[in-house]
Design a protein around this ligand. Structure first.
Ligand SMILES: Nc1ncnc2c1ncn2[C@@H]1O[C@H](COP(=O)(O)OP(=O)(O)OP(=O)(O)O)[C@@H](O)[C@H]1O
Length: 243
């Protein structure tokens, strides 16, 4: 594979749930070494697209490839891709450290790296307390720590900023920028547009299952427009083309 091949290639991807179209034949690439924001109103089809990409649900039509292959064909996916969907799922009585220990062997994560991740995500102090007592932001941090266990090349994060305090958001933004600057790749969905504006290089904007816009953020935001205003402009125009 050539060095400049996209990490993610989605082509003609469609998903129908009992006859209702959730994702309507979308195509896009996600390049390496960049942070790509996956945006769209509630119900736009973002999570469904991510779930197809990760082999969790089967597309009705089309393909979603990672490094040129469907997820199921990757040799060591847990060591190449870090995933946090829906803020993670936790067993309430388990500690933060216990949660990470469950997934560490499959991800090839050493106990030393696990300790470093707890420290890096700001959870060292809370590591031995049950997750049931964690705040939403702490659960987000734990979910990110779990995504990082395998030292992945690609992070796929669904709403990772939800529940983070301002210091947590700044930390996450800095972390994701550094992650991409090291040549690795981030695809993240979020509704927090001012935060996305400060974090992403590229934008994918979905609405009613269709892709309304894809490309560099600075191509989308011409003449000093803010992301929120571009989002409203495009989704309202998309509303007009709905049949
Ligand atoms: N398992 C399912 N069965 C039936 N319909 C579904 C299923 N999963 C998603 N949908 C529908 O598909 C559409 C897209 O949902 P999806 O969760 O992908 O949107 P989203 O862009 O991630 O929204 P949000 O920002 O609210 O998380 C919605 O109409 C949703 O109700």
């Amino acid at each position: 594979m050539k060095d400049n091949s996209p990490v993610i290639e989605v082509c003609g991807l469609r998903k129908k749930f009992r006859g209702r179209t959730a994702v309507d034949g979308i195509s896009f690439d996600v390049p390496a070494g960049r942070v790509t924001g996956f945006l769209g109103p509630n119900g736009a089809g973002k999570t469904t697209t991510l779930r197809m990409l990760l082999g969790l649900i089967r597309p009705t039509e089309g393909t979603a490839l990672l490094w040129g292959h469907p997820y199921r064909e990757l040799q060591t996916p847990t060591q190449r891709i870090g995933v946090s969907l829906d803020g993670g799922a936790f067993v309430g009585g388990r500690t933060g450290r216990g949660h990470l220990r469950c997934y560490a062997p499959a991800a090839g994560c050493s106990p030393e790296r696990l300790d470093r991740l707890l420290a890096e995500t700001g959870l060292a102090e809370a590591a031995d307390r049950p997750v049931s007592g964690y705040s939403t932001g702490m659960k987000q941090r734990l979910s990110l720590a779990a995504a990082l266990l395998g030292d992945p090349e690609l992070l796929i994060l669904d709403e990772p900023s939800n529940g983070l305090d301002p210091e947590g958001m700044l930390w996450l933004r800095t972390f994701l920028r550094r992650f991409a600057a090291s040549g690795r790749t981030v695809l993240l969905s979020s509704h927090l547009l001012s935060e996305m504006e400060q974090t992403v290089d590229d934008v994918l904007l979905m609405h009613h299952g269709k892709l309304l816009s894809s490309g560099p953020l600075d191509h989308l935001l011409t003449q000093g427009e803010r992301l929120e205003s571009a989002f409203m402009r495009l989704t309202q125009a998309g509303e007009g083309t709905q049949t």
